[in-house]
Design a protein around this ligand. Structure first.
Ligand code: UDP
Length: 363
């Protein structure tokens, strides 16, 4: 099959990472992979793995973006892909308008993945105009059924799959660890409590700081590590969080390490990984990545995070927003060895096969 994926940009974030992994896997299976985006730091990796990248400004949330409808239609006619897979709303609008203007017998099949719980309005509804929709969790599937008038048979639930070729159990690389400890000597000899993810008000870093205040009172041998950065337009939030940590007296107990491409090493280093989003997470890749490294995860019982955790490590689930319960569970789990079982439906292999199956059914 010839598959064209369309995404706003290729920088960081779960959707981008997932697209690159999926593209690599379909190339491995002998399909032709093309990606249309406005570019970004992951393009090199994508191309090195055998995908053709085409650059157009398909990321701009502005009326002038509609000027791309003609060029995209021309592109679809030239490329003649079997399937076009849109993963976000601006690209979905451009592609849908281009696609609708083509003669039916020349149209590729149109698939969308709902990567988020989008605001409910006309703009978001374009995601539901695809011939087939993929929901990345049960919570996203419920959201689609509740908010859009779509035939449930047109929706397939496919969890985001973790790449167990990369995320596997092990100890951190010794050279990596020594560099880390040189940079952040406060981590030496400590049990690391990890908070991975974009710095954003709803991702729960503030709750994490509150948790750490209580945790270190009982376990001064613990140290919090926050991995991830804010989106460029929200850089002030990073400073706000760091100030909050100082105000809470956590300067020596929590370290912010910024965005890291070596997140695997942090999962391996961590004693416990926290997930504390205060809204339902559409999926939450950091959970399955950590679990695949055999690291215990504690999370609030809501959204996609609750789905992967209840399937793979139910011991880590605590009632929503109950910080005291979160603390008790983290304290309980410290130092305990617990069985973690990443179920097949959360593996990349399954995600790729199930997605290809959606394409095949359409064809
Ligand atoms: N990530 C990373 N380095 C960081 C922070 C995050 O590589 O410093 C990756 C993380 O491994 C995961 C993705 O970014 O694959 C975040 O996905 P998630 O579903 O947790 O959240 P999103 O950012 O998509 O809302």
């Amino acid at each position: 099959m010839k598959i064209l994926q369309v995404i706003p940009a290729l920088n960081s974030g779960g959707v981008e990472r997932g697209l690159v992994e999926f593209a690599r896997e379909i190339v491995k299976r002998g399909h032709e992979s093309i990606v249309l985006s406005s570019g970004g730091r992951l393009v090199k990796e994508l191309e090195a793995q055998g995908t053709r990248h085409i650059e157009m400004p398909v990321h701009l949330k502005a009326l002038r973006t509609l000027k791309l409808v003609g060029p995209v239609r021309k592109l679809l006619k030239e490329l003649r892909p079997d399937v076009v897979h849109v993963r976000s709303r601006v690209p979905a609008w451009i592609v849908w308008l281009a696609w609708r203007g083509m003669p039916r017998d020349q149209r590729p099949h149109l698939v969308s993945t709902f990567h988020g719980l989008y605001s409910i309005n006309f703009y978001s509804a374009v995601m539901a105009r695809a011939e087939h929709m993929i929901a990345i969790s049960q919570c996203v599937q419920d959201y689609i059924i509740k908010n859009y008038r779509v035939d449930p048979r047109k929706i397939t639930l496919i969890h985001r799959g973790v790449d167990v070729g990369v995320f596997k159990p092990g100890v951190p690389d010794p050279a990596w660890l020594s560099t880390l400890l040189q940079t952040y000597p406060a981590l030496a000899g400590k049990q690391v409590i990890l908070m991975p993810g974009r710095l954003s008000r709803w991702k729960g870093q503030e709750a994490f700081l509150d948790l750490m205040v209580a945790l270190i009172k009982q376990r001064p041998d613990c140290h919090g590590v926050v991995v991830g950065d804010a989106d460029p337009e929200k850089a002030h939030y990073r400073e706000e969080l760091k100030q909050k940590a100082i105000d809470l007296g956590l300067a020596d107990h929590v370290t912010f390490v910024g965005h890291r491409s070596d997140i695997l090493q942090f999962y391996r280093l961590a004693e416990i990984v926290c997930h504390m989003s205060n809204r339902p997470e559409p999926f939450g890749r950091t959970l399955t990545e950590a679990l695949a490294c055999d690291t215990k995860v504690v999370a609030f019982d809501r959204g996609g995070a609750a789905e992967s955790l209840s399937a793979c490590f139910p011991d880590g689930l605590v009632p929503q927003d109950d910080l005291a319960a979160f603390l008790r569970r983290a304290l309980d789990l410290l130092g305990q060895h617990k069985a973690i079982d990443v179920k097949p439906e959360f593996l990349l292999e399954h995600q790729v096969e199930a997605t290809l199956d959606v394409y095949r059914r359409l064809l």
